[in-house]
Design a binder for this molecule. Structure first.
Ligand code: MN
Length: 250
């Protein structure tokens, strides 16, 4: 049976994170719990040590790099223990453009460490910076050393094609199904790179924080956009998630 997949969720940031963890386990939603700072990693790693459906990722969020570039050393110290890396990437939106050089230093180091260590799966943020993100991935990470999932992708059509050629996956959330551009991207994705996410609790559904089980609604919307049956879409997404995990040795 196909399971629901939430490949980008900040489980540790829900007000009642233990409830969120338990719900993912009970509902058997395969969830990648990304972290925003390496300081939050040990706790997230420990919380997910015995979970069946939840994995924790080690991150340094590009929007926090302006204040926390110094935590890169801590990120590097933990990297050997982490198969999943995220949230990492670049954000060139107005609010974060001033730290773009620092973000590039951090992301370059993160991708280089993934290349050195191998076997990594990365959840990557690329707001207004898809071209730069793809340049770095293209020059620093070989496909055999790491799998990349572009989270909430919003680049141009040519950036999308380039990302597909580079072997990237795409985690699609509810917000993307509600914008014209997001729907175009969803319609263009080849099915073997399609994944789902919530980006909860930051992203919302019906004006409340999105919850991992909400990916069921996203699967329904994706199916409507792509003209496929929901059961089929869910099976494709679960198949992609399984292949990713197997390729990384799980
Ligand atoms: Mn996020």
């Amino acid at each position: 049976m196909a399971r629901l997949v939430d490949f980008h969720c900040h489980l540790d940031l829900y007000r009642d994170h233990l409830h969120a963890l338990r719900a993912c386990e009970e509902e058997q939603v395969y969830t990648l719990s990304v972290t925003t700072t390496p300081k939050a990693w040990p706790r997230n790693r420990d919380l997910t040590r015995d979970t069946r459906y939840i994995r924790a990722a080690l991150g340094l969020h590009p929007q926090l790099v302006g204040e926390r570039e110094a935590e890169l050393g801590l990120w590097e110290r933990f990297a050997g223990d982490a198969r999943y890396i995220g949230e990492v990437g670049l954000d060139a939106n107005r609010d974060h453009r001033s730290s773009l050089e620092a973000q590039q230093r951090v992301f370059e180091r993160v991708v280089s460490v993934c290349e050195e260590q191998g076997g990594k799966i990365l959840s990557v943020h690329s707001v207004r910076a898809a071209g730069m993100v793809l340049d770095m991935l293209d020059s620093l990470l070989t496909r055999e050393r790491g799998k990349v999932i572009l989270h909430w992708f919003s680049g141009t059509s040519s950036e999308l094609s380039r990302a597909i050629d580079l072997g990237c996956y795409f985690s699609v959330n509810r917000n993307m199904t509600m914008s014209t551009r997001g729907r175009q991207i969803i319609a263009m994705l080849p099915e073997h790179v399609l994944l789902t996410e919530t980006d909860g609790p930051f992203a919302t559904v019906d004006e409340r924080p999105a919850f991992p089980t909400d990916v069921a609604g996203t699967v329904a919307e994706i199916s409507r956009i792509r003209g496929t049956e929901e059961g089929y879409t869910a099976a494709v997404i679960w198949g992609n998630a399984k292949r990713l995990l197997q390729d990384s040795g799980e």
